[in-house]
Design a protein around this ligand. Structure first.
Ligand code: ADP
Ligand code: MG
Length: 628
């Protein structure tokens, strides 16, 4: 047999590697910005056209490249940043793999111009899909300009998988912001389709954050600072009252590199514990400095994860630092661990004698009284007791797993039978007989654990997940409204003014038509402000910001390969945030309404997220359970 293994030609290998490094325009932005920083630039300009599809250009005033280096920079594993394997453990640069330029050049048209400060002339190189088309001497200012055009021109599948311009631009802006926030001493400018989105002069950290997120951010920031042997912590948290409902601004930087770190995120959240409104998340900009030898960033070119040597200690230190700031700025009671607690005792108390705490006892209390009342009063003749007993009944099951645990329902079924009533009323436990009470008034449906709607059907019974069912109903309603353009809108007497970042406003602009079809009336009277003068009939005014924030985060989180339309994402997102939740009590009418609407849907069996909306239990199945 002849040999069949061959080495891949370079351009093929590069294209494969590019699949990992370059996933979307934002990946190119990240790599080029980082190269410019590594080159010691003090001013970096990013120019983007059509969210990066047509052009991504980074112009820096860094150290430039010699003609040979310029040529070599496009070779795979060509880097000036590490020489020996040991260098990997003490990285002070962003790049080190020498893969980025080779990968980018494999999937785009690249035009590079570069000149070191002390050279007379510069070098220009044009590459298309790893093939050098032109190299010449050129006039150029000090520094490097790399223009990446027609990204994925030779990989149509990739190109087609790109999301709408609004989404791709959002990712580009995210990368830009992360880099800009980490390097306040470098000036950054971002242009998109000839309009200037950001112009950030060299400044300090606080002003940089304000420059990125708008002037209103300044008053929301509380400084955090802590120096220890293991880690230096610096940065800002956002005051709890300004926290956002669905996602916040959550930025960790380690040695000037943006990272995501769920464990450390938890540490900051823990420090905020009890200070945030329901469902809100802590927002922060935390800059950590550690010895580069104690972290491992060598995980994956596009990943933002980092491994710390002493994660546990950093967790504790970070939580204490954030708690301390919250206390110091009078946001939470001071928790100063270094101070003796009795120093906090008010002066006037010093000489007072301690008193024995008093315990008061109600001697007339009889714990058996209530139970007797149930026994004597029967079920239907005790209306005042009904509410309480319902809650008591809930508690019976509170500790149980709330999944489709069908074993619970057998109780309910028994109690439905009139004969069972007389059988169990005297002997059975309190909760057991009370369960009967709550349902005696509902004719066709019954709500279980404020989560499932139980409904009798011809063949047996049906259990409907209330939240999923409602999601399905709303989802189809929104889809219909968006396409047919007829929805009910309630006009607000006083329009709501909501703050959003420039990039969020861009996304909202793109969604404006669809949103208006669902019943919203929106305008953007000034930069960073969304004015809402009408809302869909199905939502409350107080829910508007939650719905919109959820929508923005859903649109942003859309991955490039899922191939769903914007309309679909919108309908799903709104259905998710507006549907009744598990734990909400539904009255008889709402239950019936929901069930009827669910079964009027085109696809009643699944939620928009493809989860079962209901299950059935036939009499046969029940019988079998009893006889098993
Ligand atoms: P890495 O950054 O991992 O070294 P890249 O492929 O991103 O790999 O870049 C290869 C090399 O090209 C870098 O090591 C650097 O020497 C040079 N280079 C890239 N961009 C610039 C720039 N903007 N200015 C100066 N040199 C650059
Ligand atoms: Mg690089």
């Amino acid at each position: 047999m002849s040999d069949i293994i061959k080495l891949l030609p370079d351009h093929v290998a590069n294209q494969i590697a590019a699949g990992e490094v370059v996933q979307r325009p934002a990946s190119v932005v990240k790599e080029l910005l980082e190269n410019a920083i590594d080159a010691g630039a003090t001013t970096i300009k990013l120019v983007v056209k059509d969210a990066g599809r047509t052009l991504i250009q980074v112009i820096d005033d860094g150290k430039g490249m010699s003609p040979t280096d310029a040529r070599l920079s496009f070779e795979r594993h060509a880097t000036s940043k590490i020489i020996a394997a040991d260098d990997l453990f003490a990285l002070s640069t962003k790049g080190f793999r020498g893969e980025a330029l080779a990968s980018i050049a494999a999937v785009a048209h690249v035009d590079l111009k570069t000149k070191p400060e002390d050279e007379e002339v510069g070098t220009r190189i044009e590459i298309e899909g790893s093939t050098i088309k032109n190299q010449e001497v050129c006039a150029a200012p000090k520094g490097t300009s790399i223009a990446v055009k027609n990204l994925f021109f030779n990989i149509p599948a990739r190109r087609n998988f790109l999301k709408s311009d609004a989404v791709e631009l959002r990712h580009v802006i995210d990368e830009f912001q992360r880099v800009a926030l980490a390097h306040e001493a470098i000036a950054f400018v971002l242009y998109h389709n000839d309009s200037e989105l950001f112009n950030l002069p060299k400044t300090n950290k606080r002003q940089r954050i304000v420059g990125v997120f708008g002037p209103k951010t300044n008053e929301k920031l509380v400084p955090v600072s802590e120096e220890t042997e293991i880690v230096n912590i610096d940065g800002f948290i956002i005051k709890p009252e300004f926290s956002k409902k669905t996602k916040g601004e959550q930025f960790f930087f380690v040695n000037d590199r943006f990272i995501k770190h769920p464990y450390l995120n938890h540490s900051v959240s823990a420090a905020f514990d009890g200070l945030l409104p329901d469902r809100a998340r802590a927002s922060y900009f935390i800059y950590l400095k550690v010895n580069p030898k104690t972290i491992d960033i060598n995980i994956h070119p596009t990943k933002t994860e980092v491994k710390f040597e002493d994660e546990q200690a950093i967790y504790t230190l970070l939580r204490a630092a954030v708690k301390h700031s919250l206390g110091q700025f009078n946001i939470a009671p001071i928790l100063d661990f270094n101070r003796e607690s009795n120093m906090d005792t008010p002066y006037s108390y010093k000489n007072k004698e301690a008193q024995v705490p008093k315990v008061e006892v109600d001697r007339h209390f009889n714990p058996f009284e209530q139970e007797q009342k149930v026994k004597t009063s029967g079920f239907s003749s005790a209306p005042t007791y009904e509410k309480k007993s319902a809650a008591g009944w809930e508690n019976l099951y509170a500790g149980l797993d709330r999944k489709n645990d069908t074993s619970n329902f057998s109780h309910v079924e028994i109690e439905n039978e009139p004969e069972a009533e007389s059988l169990f009323v005297e002997q059975e436990s309190k909760g057991f007989s009370e369960a009967k009470e709550t349902e005696s008034d509902s004719a066709n449906t019954y709500q279980l654990h404020n989560k499932y709607i139980v409904s009798a059907i011809k063949s047996g019974m049906m259990l409907i997940d209330q939240s999923r069912a409602h999601q399905r109903v709303l989802y189809e309603e929104f889809l219909r409204n968006i396409t047919v353009k007829e929805s009910v809108s309630q006009q607000l007497l006083f329009p709501l003014r909501l703050d959003f970042s420039a990039s969020e406003i861009d996304i909202l602009k793109e969604l404006k038509d669809s949103l208006e079809n669902t019943g919203f009336a929106l305008s953007m009277p000034e930069a960073g402000v969304l004015e809402v003068s009408g809302i869909p009939a199905s939502i409350q005014e107080s829910e508007v910001s939650i719905v919109l924030e959820q929508l923005l985060s859903d649109v942003e989180q859309e991955v490039p390969d899922t191939g769903f339309s914007q309309t679909d994402v919108l309908a799903k997102s709104m259905a998710k945030s507006m549907a009744v939740k598990t734990g909400e009590k539904l009255d008889e009418l709402s239950r019936e309404h929901l069930v009827n609407k669910l079964f009027a849907c085109t696809e009643p069996t699944l939620s928009p997220f493809l989860k079962k909306t209901f299950i059935t239990l036939t009499i046969d199945e029940l019988d079998r359970k009893f006889n098993a």
